[in-house]
Ligand binder design. Structure first.
Ligand SMILES: Cc1ncc(COP(=O)(O)O)c(C=O)c1O
Length: 401
């Protein structure tokens, strides 16, 4: 069992990590899971892609989540391995609409997967060739409704059958003897619940025109995390809108499933970075960058709070705008947005970035030999302490140099 620290200050008292370090706040994840379990009007599944770290998956298993959205054989093996260790049984939804045919066969025969997604006829043909008994298996047609809302990353430019194709495909799925379902994804960090309502209305239309009674309707991920510059309404508003729309647009509402990634795991991880170098012109060089845990920062300016440490003390005071570079030799390894940090920042200081649970370590590469994958458990989150209305975490000593 690795050491658990009470705060990031305590961690810094014991070690000054040279590598980027992810601080896992387990209680925050437990609370977030509970919110979905108690509020979502259907089955909660976790989208493993957002954060496949062992600590995260294990906590999700321990909290009683039994179903997982996976996108590859590697994710299937990972979840099954962790579940076995934890003595839990799990159900896997292989919801990558385009899969290698060999992976379909292996997931069905060796790993017992009985739920897949698809968005065209060629994928259906692969599934029909590899699945000997369709009645055991759910096939969810991924569709795309006309998008009326803005999202930070539109996930419907790559996947999703248009309405006419979805009607045809759903009918074929049903005729082939599979359990016919529909699935969609309104886009990640979807800050309006109306997007789900529009997609659910469209799903009802597709099912009606295909003359198919749905086994289930999967409303995807997309539930927003709370960043400084991007927030949606309360999750309870999403849950209420989804339930209401399912009852309103279907004669008999189908069983609902959701597969959140970001909305479930973003809060529970902070990233601790070291400043390796400061130039006279206020360029700073960090031990992590866009090839590591900061990749998403260049996709969207969502707003991450930043907290600086020198030793075990928080540095407060006047802020300067810094251009922040990652550790690799590639000149694109630089953040598009400036970082506003204390003017006296120096090599050897640390920057703690909360709200880094989703698509951070999950997207990190090993380019140039830099790793960004170390996790440690830290009970209290500095961000929560900051939100209690203090300028610095309540547990920190502060120096205003
Ligand atoms: C099929 C599917 N489900 C769920 C998710 C998780 O989405 P989010 O992190 O926005 O909740 C994704 C993200 O790419 C996805 O592709």
């Amino acid at each position: 069992m690795s050491q658990v620290y009470s705060t990031s200050r305590e961690l810094l008292l014991h070690q000054q990590p040279e590598q980027p370090m992810y601080l896992f706040h387990r209680t925050l994840l437990e609370q977030s899971i509970e919110q979905f379990q108690q509020g979502f009007p259907g089955l909660l599944t976790y989208a493993v892609k957002a954060n496949p770290t062992a600590m995260v998956i294990d906590t999700i298993l321990q909290q009683g989540v039994e179903a997982f959205d996976v996108a590859s054989l590697a994710e299937i093996e990972l979840v099954q391995g962790q579940a076995k260790k934890a003595g839990k049984a799990v159900v896997l939804h292989y919801h990558n609409p385009i899969k290698p045919e060999a992976a379909i066969a292996k997931s069905y025969h060796e790993y017992g997967v009985r739920a897949f997604s698809l968005d065209d006829v060629s994928e259906l043909e692969k599934l029909m060739r590899q699945i000997p008994d369709p009645s055991t298996t759910e096939l969810s047609v991924r569709f795309v409704a006309p998008m009326k809302h803005a999202v930070i990353l539109d996930l419907n430019t790559k996947f999703g059958a248009k309405v006419e194709t979805a009607i045809e495909l759903l009918r074929k799925v049903s005729e082939a003897g599979f359990k016919p379902s529909l699935t969609f994804h309104p886009g990640t960090q979807c800050t309006t619940e109306q997007a789900y309502v529009d997609f659910i209305a469209c799903a009802a239309d597709i099912a009606r025109q295909a003359n198919v009674t749905l086994h289930r309707l999967n409303v995807g991920g997309g539930f927003p995390a709370i960043y400084v510059k991007s927030q949606g309404p309360d999750l309870v508003d999403y849950f209420a809108a989804i339930e209401k729309a399912a009852n309103q647009y279907f004669n008999v509402a189908p069983a609902l499933v959701c597969e959140p990634g970001r909305g479930l795991v973003n809060d529970c991880v902070s990233l601790l970075l070291k400043v390796n170098h400061r130039r006279a012109n206020d360029d700073i060089f960090l031990n992590d960058g866009i090839y590591g845990g900061l990749m998403e920062m260049n996709f969207a300016d969502l707003g991450w709070p930043l907290l600086c440490w020198r030793g075990d003390q928080v540095i407060a005071g006047k802020k300067t705008s810094y251009k922040a570079f990652g550790p690799t030799c590639d000149s694109i390894d630089v953040l598009k947005q400036p970082m506003y940090l204390p003017h006296q920042l120096a090599a050897g200081d640390y920057i703690e970035i909360p709200l880094m649970g989703a698509y951070s370590s999950a997207c990190a590469t090993q380019f140039n030999g830099f790793l960004s994958d170390a996790y440690v458990q830290v009970e209290a989150s500095s961000y929560c302490a900051l939100q209690q209305g203090h300028e610095e975490p309540v547990y920190a000593k502060v120096v205003g140099l």
